[in-house]
Design a protein around this ligand. Structure first.
Ligand code: DON
Length: 318
């Protein structure tokens, strides 16, 4: 397999040659052309499917990149992980667990059926229902909520993130399902503020632009117990990182979360624009970007590159 091949060509597993491992992960995964670019948000369909970037940031700040690691794309569902962490930091473990839950739905990220099957419970913060319920829990008015999310995600990334106005406008025109989910959650008492404003804030958080390098920094912050290894700033507590990583392990790749954990053995989170963030606790964050997705909405090349890095760097936590 890939790792045995790497060993046989003299590229030994381990941390001493991370640049070479990142370059190899990029080269090997670039040959894959499976999957399709998301088109249910029209602005995403226009992206160049050949784009591909890989980045590893170590908890000591060591930085490794290959390919299009500085090309910006919308963070999409990956925002859910970091908004969840920010809300846990504000409100604590129990409040979020009770309102939003931690268990996998086994169903698609935008499933309405999952809500109905669970008596109106959103199930977990990584599916759209739970993410909407989580965003609704951010303290303050809608404007204050957005400011807190924007500032918080920017602290994870170590720079001020910018909103992609075109992606935002495109999703606002086509997010009827998210509006329905928010209304449904309101009917079950799981959202207690204006559901239209909650969807708007959630759509904004999804439209923030990041790069593979940013994702690696954001992941490295969770790997580092909540301290951004590039800026040195504490963003969340170690306990919040533990909660977030547990939720990601169970739910980060939706109904494929089991397969991901089986193959890669690390908490991760995908987004439909093609990003994946992966966290190797105590070691590093991995960020990948490649727009072609599998049927569950997870980047194909990103999964392959991350699997390669997990194996060659010995990152599987099991
Ligand atoms: O709410 C949506 O449908 C998008 N803003 C985000 C979905 C997403 O990224 C699912 N990921 N794989």
């Amino acid at each position: 397999d890939d790792v045995d091949q790497a060993v046989s060509t003299g590229l030994l597993p381990g941390w001493d040659r991370v640049d070479e491992h990142v370059a190899a992960a990029y080269e090997r995964s670039r040959e894959n052309h499976d999957g399709v670019v998301a088109d249910y948000i029209p602005a995403l369909a226009a992206v160049d499917p050949a784009l591909f970037g890989v980045s590893v940031i170590e908890v000591d700040g060591g930085t490794h990149v290959a390919g299009d690691a500085d090309v910006a794309f919308s963070v999409q569902s990956i925002s859910k992980a970091f908004v969840y962490a920010l809300v846990c930091e504000e409100l604590g473990h129990d409040a979020v667990r009770e309102r939003v839950g931690v268990n996998n739905t086994g169903l698609a990220f935008n499933s309405v059926v999952a809500i109905e099957l669970n008596d109106g419970h959103p199930m977990n913060p990584m599916v759209n229902a739970g993410a909407l319920a989580t965003t609704a829990m951010v303290p303050g008015s809608p404007d204050e909520q957005w400011d807190a999310i924007h500032a918080g995600l920017s602290r994870f990334a170590g720079r001020t993130l910018v909103l992609d106005e075109e992606v935002y406008a495109s999703e606002v025109r086509t997010n009827q399902r998210n509006r329905a989910i928010a209304r449904l959650l309101e009917s079950y008492g799981r959202i207690q503020t204006d559901p239209a404003r909650v969807v708007d804030t959630y759509t904004r958080q999804c439209s923030l632009l990041v790069t593979a390098r940013d994702l690696a920094v954001m992941g490295a912050t969770l790997a580092d117990g909540g301290v951004n290894p590039v800026t040195g700033e504490r963003v969340v507590s170690p306990a919040v990182c533990r909660d977030t990583l547990a939720v990601l392990a169970a739910n980060g790749l939706y109904e494929r979360s089991g397969e991901w954990l089986f193959e890669i053995g690390l908490p991760g989170k995908s987004g439909v624009a093609g990003g994946i963030v992966t966290i190797a606790p105590g070691k590093a964050g991995i960020g990948t970007f490649a727009p072609r997705l599998d049927a569950a909405g997870n980047s194909v090349r990103g999964q392959r590159a991350t699997a390669y890095l997990s194996r060659v760097l010995g990152l599987n936590v099991f």
